[in-house]
Every structure is written in structure tokens, then in C-alpha cells.
Design a protein around this ligand. Structure first.
Ligand code: BEZ
Length: 225
């Protein structure tokens, strides 16, 4: 990691990802600039040659096409050397028959992990299982932290990516458990109106059956086909 932004406070959702240049299993990369125009999912793991992490890598790789369909690149990270990463990937290929095609950052000194808040002191000096989803303009859209004991859910990560992209594309909000919400199924939520005129407009749209509402502040609609 060659460059750090001024502030050492870990970034939050809505912040630009701090700029850093690192060695990966696929050469040097600068974040977020090298991924401009794509979404990317940067995920840290406690270490190479660990069983839970291996199950995550195999699952992420098996879903690579689904990530690609969402214009999303995968990048792993752990506080290990590039040689250790390469040997671990070789082991996965030889023993599990899975070729890992996404790059893994060799954050040997833990500089990136520390900068991004991926180290939980009570968990030691290894990175926890953090996930940063970054949009095509370099903004962090979600940060998730999992403990060493629990592997990530690939379907949930894909759901989050899809939900973020739909929310951006249609200026809507996504309900709990979307697309299987208990109240509104796969419909999506309109941002609550910000003044009485807009609230009135909402109720008129509901009366015209253009949208559905439980009340003026809770309206929802189908996604366009
Ligand atoms: C694992 O990924 O299997 C693992 C990582 C850290 C500690 C223990 C297990």
C-alpha cells in the first residue's frame, strides 16, 4: 500500500474508498481507480489455508458468473504474502478442482486492513471477514463484518448488489427480505414525501392506481418490466 488518504479514521458507507496501491496475485492494482466503471466487492479473510475461508472462496468462484452479470468484480484480501496466496490457490485447484480467478491482495503488513477498519483487536492481528461493496464511482455502499466463526452468505451478497443497483436505477428503496417481503412481496418502496404537497400527490397517484400505499408515508409499486 503506497498511498493513504489524510484521515486515518476507517471509512464509512457513503465515503469514497481511500486510494491505495497494492500487490495482488494478479499484479499491482490501484483502488478504486482500476475498477472505475464497475462495482467491486472487496472482502477480507483471516488467513490463507483456513477451512471456512476456503469454503467462501469456492462459493464466490462458483457464483462468479452471477457477480459478473451484476458488473461486479471480486477481490480478496488477507494479511499474508502473495506466495502464500498462490500456494493456497494451487491447493484449492489440485484438491477441490476449483480455479480461483479473482485477485487476492497480499496485505503483508496489514496496512490496507488497518486503514479500512478490517482488524478487530479482540480477534487478534488477522483481518475479520469484512465486505466492502464499492460502486462504479468509487463510493462505499455497504460494509459488513463477520466473525471468524461464520462464513459469508454468497446469495445475500448477490441480493445486496442487486438491491443496490435497482435502488440506484429506479430511485426506490428495497424492503426487508426483498424480493420476498412479508408485506409487499417483490414490490419496492418509494421514498417518503418530504412536504405536504408531495404527500398529497402520492395519495392522488394511489387513487389513480399508479402506486399502492398503506398511508401517505408508506407507498410502494411494482418494478417496471
Ligand atoms: C477459517 O477460515 O477456517 C478460520 C479462520 C480463522 C480462524 C479459524 C478458522
Amino acid at each position: 500500500m503506497e498511498q493513504q488518504s489524510q484521515s486515518e479514521v476507517p471509512p464509512k458507507i457513503g465515503d469514497l474508498l481511500p486510494t491505495f496501491t497494492v500487490q495482488t496475485t494478479q499484479g499491482r492494482k490501484t483502488f478504486p481507480a482500476d475498477y472505475a466503471g464497475s462495482w467491486f466487492m472487496l472482502f477480507s479473510h483471516p488467513g490463507d489455508f483456513t477451512p471456512v475461508c476456503t469454503t467462501e472462496f469456492v462459493s464466490f468462484q462458483g457464483n462468479q458468473q452471477a457477480f459478473q452479470d451484476l458488473n461486479t468484480e471480486l477481490i480478496g484480501l488477507s494479511i499474508d504474502t502473495v506466495f502464500a496466496h498462490m500456494k493456497w490457490l494451487e491447493w484449492i485447484q489440485d484438491n477441490l478442482g476449483v480455479a480461483i480467478t479473482f485477485p487476492i491482495i497480499a496485505d503483508e503488513l496489514g496496512l490496507v486492513a488497518n486503514r479500512l477498519g478490517m482488524i478487530a483487536p479482540e480477534a487478534g492481528t488477522r483481518a475479520v471477514r469484512s465486505v466492502f461493496i464499492v460502486d462504479p464511482t468509487g463510493y462505499i455502499r455497504i460494509i459488513l463484518n463477520y466473525p471468524a466463526e461464520v462464513g459469508r452468505n454468497t446469495n445475500e451478497l448477490l441480493r445486496i448488489l442487486q438491491a443496490l443497483q435497482i435502488a440506484d436505477g429506479y430511485d426506490v428503496k428495497m424492503p426487508a427480505n426483498w424480493p420476498d417481503n412479508e408485506l409487499i412481496g417483490d414490490k419496492v418502496i418509494l421514498a417518503p414525501p418530504t412536504d405536504v404537497m408531495k404527500a398529497q400527490e402520492r395519495m392522488e397517484e394511489a387513487e389513480a392506481n399508479e402506486i399502492e400505499c398503506f398511508d401517505w408515508w408508506f407507498c410502494y409499486k411494482d418494478l417496471p418490466e
